[in-house]
Design a binder for this molecule. Structure first.
Ligand code: AMP
Length: 214
């Protein structure tokens, strides 16, 4: 890989399914089918532009440290990582959902310190501190919805789209902590060193996003 390459880190999974059509509309396409390959780094049709595919929680790390020049990451993971680590110039308007608190249906107001299970510990800590509410945080990496019924927590903080997952587990959404969508993030040094190419890609993606909305 040459240091003059422009590397874009993409979040795999459902965000990738919405990212690829948007990138294609912006004239950037992988030269092979990402879904059919076990590779993690792909050439694109744009000379010198390469695409990496990884877990969403790793995209901010790659972009902060400059191993990727740009990335596509959910705002939930950006908020959790810290928004100062890179620039966040474009909202792609895809993979929209909300970061919310949720409690068992009909649960009485907490009488003592609320126990909150989440993988979004920084966002949860910040939110409840802003509310002036003392909580005990329990870090989980998955199956958050089980925590209240199994007696591990009184509430969870999680991503909600349709609300079906909460409902299926006897929970109801309560407060919205943040509106979530996927964003373009850019390494701070790369924004200076590779300004023209990054700016060109941002302009093309911006047009693709606007065309999709209108
Ligand atoms: P739902 O049942 O539609 O409310 O979906 C909730 C589950 O889907 C959550 O547990 C999330 O893990 C996942 N989810 C939904 N939308 C997104 C998104 N845009 N980004 C990441 N995860 C999501």
């Amino acid at each position: 890989m040459s240091s003059s390459d422009l590397i874009i880190a993409l979040t795999k999974g459902r965000i990738l399914d919405e990212t690829l059509p948007l990138f294609a509309a912006a004239g950037i396409e992988p030269v092979e089918d990402i879904a059919k390959s076990r590779k993690l780094l792909f050439e694109s049709n744009v000379p010198g532009v390469k695409l990496m595919v990884m877990r969403g929680s790793d995209v901010p790390t790659y972009v902060e440290f400059g191993s990727a020049d740009m990335g596509v990451a959910g705002r939930d993971l950006i908020l959790e990582y810290g928004t100062e680590a890179f620039y966040e110039p474009l909202d792609l308007g895809i993979a929209k959902c909300r970061l919310m608190t949720a409690r068992p249906v009909g649960a009485p107001p907490p009488t003592e310190r609320l126990r909150v299970a989440t993988k979004f510990v920084n966002s949860a800590k910040r939110y409840f501190a802003e509310q002036g509410q003392q909580i005990e945080l329990i870090k989980l990496n998955g199956a958050l919805e089980l925590a209240p019924s199994m007696g591990l927590a009184d509430a969870i903080v999680d991503i909600v789209d349709t609300g079906n997952t909460l409902k299926a587990n006897g929970l109801e959404a309560q407060e919205v902590i943040a509106q979530i969508s996927s964003r373009i993030i850019v390494n701070k040094a790369a924004m200076k060193m590779k300004y023209e190419r990054i700016n060109d890609i941002l302009a093309r993606l911006r047009l693709a996003v606007e065309a999709k909305v209108s």
